[in-house]
Ligand binder design. Structure first.
Ligand SMILES: [Fe+2]
Ligand SMILES: [Fe+2]
Length: 327
């Protein structure tokens, strides 16, 4: 019997007594992360774009925005249509509702950037339909949601496994791996003193995403604790294989993102970074690391590691002040 899910999915939001204090702690942490895109001035980015960026650098920015922008709503769809109907625990729903707002805020943040800079909007908005490597990543995700929409009976092991596949595909692969080639590329501009507004925006998005990942790891763990029968060696192998398949999609994406090096970066460096991150995700799920690749971008570590769980239970983390600017 699960306390996370209940056949009556119209259970009212009666939060206390909490059944999953970690979920509520994530909500509290998320509140302190509140930010709005327009707090970030983009005048310098506009000047960089017009005067300092090469065509290859502009193409890389357009490519990564062309992936990020629609994916935010793919995540929102999955929460609203795939997860929220099944997870009935009030504090879990409270976080999912908060996460939906954050994903919508990310959509608006990228839209703010796209409308401020003279990017080729048609190319950016069409990327998730026109660029095969982006199409493939979107398909990987959407199929998981579609599978849930075809009907899930959580009274069966098969139904419960579908839900777990979706959680691993979204919280671990998408929020924990798929975004990071783009994040690394975007933040590399700031390291060259370029596109600092984009850097700030990505910092804030990463803070949200790492909380989403952390929440997802907790949710997966709690679900497995309530359904230990699901974790057979065969299913563990399947999930492991799914994560490695995602890495292949990511390699192809990185090659398309950076067909030539920019800013001292190359697809090879991004792929090493993805291998390093994937090992961290595997470990968080209780698997052995697979690649054992060193982090080629140590400077990213502080930004992308899952925040220490203990922080969630502290009264306040001052790096997340509402409206506070992060350096
Ligand atoms: Fe997001
Ligand atoms: Fe997210």
């Amino acid at each position: 019997m699960s306390n996370l899910t209940h056949p009556d999915n119209l259970e009212a939001l009666q939060l206390f007594p909490l059944r999953y204090p970690w979920a509520y702690a994530h909500v509290q942490q998320a509140k302190h992360n509140t930010w709005f895109p327009e707090e970030i001035p983009l005048g310098d980015d506009l000047a960089d774009w017009n005067l300092r960026l090469s065509e290859a650098e502009k193409a890389a920015v357009e490519f990564l925005l062309g992936y990020f922008n629609p994916m935010e709503s793919v995540v929102t769809n999955n929460i609203a249509l795939g997860l929220y109907p099944h997870f009935t625990a009030p504090e879990v729903r409270l976080y999912l509702a908060r996460q939906m707002w954050e994903e919508a805020n990310h959509t608006m943040a990228f839209e703010y950037y796209l409308k401020t800079l003279p990017v080729n909007r048609e190319r950016v908005f069409g990327a998730h339909k026109d660029i095969p490597e982006i199409v493939a990543k979107e398909q990987f995700q959407v199929e998981l949601t579609r599978d849930l929409l075809r009907g899930v009976d959580l009274g069966t092991e098969d139904g419960r496994r579908k839900l777990l596949r979706d959680m691993v595909g979204y919280f671990v692969v998408m929020e924990g791996v798929f975004f990071y080639g783009g994040f690394l590329t975007a933040l590399s501009f700031r390291r060259r003193n370029l596109l600092k507004g984009l850097g700030s925006l990505i910092d804030w998005v990463i803070k949200d995403e790492s909380l989403h990942l952390s929440f997802g790891i907790h949710l997966i763990g709690a679900y497995l604790e309530e359904h230990p029968e699901l974790m057979t060696p065969a299913f563990a192998r399947e999930l492991h294989g799914m994560i490695l398949k995602a890495v292949e999609l990511e390699r192809a994406y990185n090659r398309a993102l950076l067909p030539q090096g920019v800013l001292g970066l190359s697809a090879e460096v991004l792929n090493q970074y993805v291998e390093y991150l994937t090992d961290r995700r595997l470990e968080e799920l209780g698997f052995e690391p697979h690649f054992r690749t060193a982090n080629p971008a140590r400077w990213m570590a502080a930004q992308t590691d899952v925040p220490e769980i203990v922080n969630f239970f502290e009264a306040r983390n001052t790096t997340y002040e509402v409206g506070g600017r992060r350096e």
